[in-house]
Write a protein that binds this ligand. Structure first.
Ligand SMILES: [Zn+2]
Length: 74
């Protein structure tokens, strides 16, 4: 087996239906859900409904490990 390790950054997750969910880092009492389009590039984040902090994504990366068949010998 051949193993491919691929690191996928936020810009490559734009069309992958990314959703990140966490408690507000500031007040820790409201659940915030962000998608890949809510980044520093647009400042199009989300306001916490409790403390009104504006929250957006700075960077996200994933590591994908995929077993593949070895390349065929030619
Ligand atoms: Zn908050």
């Amino acid at each position: 087996m051949h193993r491919v390790v691929d690191k996928i950054s936020l810009d490559r997750l734009m069309d992958r239906d990314l959703k990140v969910s966490f408690l507000c880092p500031y007040c820790k009492s409201t659940r915030i859900t962000l998608t890949a389009s809510q980044t520093m590039d647009s400042w199009n984040g989300i306001d916490c409904s409790k403390c009104e902090a504006h929250i957006l994504l700075d960077s996200v990366s994933l590591v994908v490990i995929k077993e593949t068949l070895p390349p065929e010998d030619l």
